[in-house]
Design a protein around this ligand. Structure first.
Ligand code: KE4
Length: 430
């Protein structure tokens, strides 16, 4: 019963384009009506009709401690009582910066902003200024926020020309973005040959979480590092999703690769809007007011966001936290893997740290092309059957899922049982 969500959605659509403030929330990829949320606690979310769900979206990544974690709520309440924003520096910004630099040693200086999009947009501008080059390389299926330079797919001349992914992006912008296949070093090598001394940076999701979870082939990240080093381009790890998620130091710690810059978001705000970008001091010090590369933000370093981020990162420092998160994700994926196999359903189920991916395809998924072999209509049926059984998965096949420290073994085992029942129902209805 979702009468209230139906009414809320009808109302929202007269006020907000598509009734949502971010497209993926509209359930377009899976059909049906988006559920309007009343509240959430731990791993459970409650919609305005009173239905409760075990949540595996977790606000798309920020809530690694679960919803409304007491230490985060208390920190935000205390900060708010002192004032919500000053537009002047506070020590809390240095406190969070210290935590970020200590956990991600490749970051010698960090600048906070208010979203992952701002972080990647600013990192790109900085890379272009630092190298005095115009072109950027990104990879198909990787998402770096909605900045113009990133909404580009491989153009007809993939090595030379991007093509706008959205109206409103100019040919001029597209010309400077080269979109290549993920997990393929040959095309990157060729791009550097085709554009000697023109490529400012290569930006990559080191574990890609925006086409489902797609992990790098052995040697791929090291190859990116070698090629960018050899050609004087900066390597930017977009760890907005993976930062503090897959390990305290992100993918760069797990894979022992040192990027020139890193973009962050989500977890460092604990659910309050934050983005950040950082890297070697000699790069970051090109930023205004020290250098001439302009970047700014009214609410950058906002006291509430800093308080939530500090509380979250400090809680994550608790010994054994990341091992527990990894065990929870493994428990879930092993249980789903066995369940799908028992029903003879072609699938790929993987996880890294506490983020996971699920594809309904028999093919190994290593890039966007293979990700697209997934049966998205089956995913939609599975999504709704799980929703009816109190489990809230990502409303799109091409997203990653997340467990938190609040996901208990009981919640995970209930999810696996729900999946078994959901598949039986789908097959019975076929
Ligand atoms: P935001 O501007 O949404 O804070 O961050 C953009 C971004 C940058 N880089 C990576 C690797 C990201 O995953 C994101 C945002 N992730 C999506 C999830 N697929 C946000 C969800 C949404 O757009 O509503």
């Amino acid at each position: 019963m979702i009468e209230r969500s139906l009414a809320a959605y009808a109302r929202a659509k007269h006020l907000i384009p598509g009734g949502v403030n971010s497209p993926v929330r509209a359930f377009k990829a899976v059909g049906g009506t988006p559920l309007f949320v009343r509240s959430a606690q731990g791993c459970t979310m409650t919609d305005i009709d009173g239905n409760t769900y075990v949540d595996y979206v977790m606000s798309w990544g920020p809530l690694i401690l679960g919803h409304a974690h007491p230490v985060v709520v208390k920190a935000v309440q205390a900060a708010a009582a002192r004032g919500t924003s000053y537009g002047a520096p506070t020590e809390a910004e240095s406190d969070l910066a210290e935590l970020v630099c200590a956990m991600v040693p490749s970051i010698e200086r960090v600048r906070f902003c208010s979203s992952g999009t701002e972080a990647t947009m600013s990192a790109l501008r900085l890379a272009r200024a630092f190298t005095n080059r115009d072109k950027v390389v990104k990879f198909a299926g990787c998402y770096h926020g909605h900045g113009d330079a990133f909404l580009i797919s491989a153009g007809s001349g993939a090595l030379t020309m991007g093509a706008p992914d959205s109206p409103g992006i100019t040919e001029g912008t597209a010309r400077d973005t080269i979109a290549l296949p993920y997990n393929d070093l040959d095309t990157l090598r060729a791009a550097f040959v085709a554009h000697p001394r023109e490529i400012a940076c290569v930006i990559v999701e080191p574990y890609a979480g925006n086409m489902g979870l797609v992990v790098p082939k052995p040697g791929y990240l090291a190859g990116l590092r070698e090629l960018t080093q050899a050609h004087g381009a900066l390597l930017i790890f977009d760890e907005v999703m993976t930062g503090f998620r897959v390990a305290p130091g992100g993918v760069q710690a797990r894979e022992e690769i040192v990027p020139d810059m890193t973009t962050l978001g989500k977890i460092i705000g604990g659910g309050v809007p934050v983005g950040a970008f950082g890297g070697r001091a000699e790069i970051m010090e090109q930023l205004s007011p020290l250098g001439t590369v302009y970047q700014a933000g009214t609410l950058s370093g906002n006291p509430l966001a800093m308080a939530a981020g500090i509380a979250t990162l400090r809680a994550l420092a608790e010994p054994g936290t990341y091992e527990r998160l990894e065990r929870s994700a493994a428990r879930l994926m092993e249980g789903l893997d066995v369940t799908f196999a028992r029903h003879g359903i072609a699938h790929q189920a993987n996880h890294r740290g506490s983020m996971f991916g699920l594809f309904f395809t028999a093919s190994a998924v290593t890039d966007l092309t293979s990700a697209k072999t997934s049966d998205t209509s089956y995913y939609a049926k599975f999504f709704h059957a799980m929703l009816e059984r109190g489990v809230y998965l990502a409303p799109s096949q091409f997203e990653a899922g997340f467990v938190s420290t609040a996901h208990t073994d009981i919640a995970i085992d209930d999810t696996i049982a729900a999946a078994d029942d959901a598949i039986r129902a789908i097959h019975a209805a076929a």
